[in-house]
Design a protein around this ligand. Structure first.
Ligand SMILES: [Zn+2]
Length: 105
């Protein structure tokens, strides 16, 4: 009756999710601590000086539904004025998150 035996299989995945932070602007993922709450800055989208919430990847995934990711993808496909590389990279991240969300349901 030792409870820790029961959580051997899933613990790794959960810990990994909690160990990552996601940039809500470009959706790049970083180890926790890379983006600090006091002065959020994401090196990937150069969001220096922008005010955004830092949240763990697990809470981000819990908060967003498949429909949210659908809407995000549609919105992003219509967005203009971004570098083609950034546009493609972020699109791929949305698709990946969507697949991850679908797989976790
Ligand atoms: Zn970013």
């Amino acid at each position: 009756m030792w409870p820790s035996e029961k959580r051997t299989r899933d613990t790794a995945a959960v810990l990994k999710l909690d160990a990552e932070t996601i940039c809500p602007i470009c959706l790049e993922r970083y180890p926790v601590g890379t983006i600090v709450k006091d002065y959020p800055y994401c090196p990937d989208c150069s969001s220096e000086g922008m005010d955004f919430d830092v949240e763990t990847f697990s809470s981000y995934m819990a908060r967003n539904t498949e429909a949210d990711f659908d809407a995000l993808l549609k919105h992003w496909d219509q967005a203009e004025g971004f570098r083609p590389e950034y546009k493609a990279a972020k699109r791929q991240r949305i698709v990946d998150l969507q697949a991850l969300k679908a797989a976790s349901l």
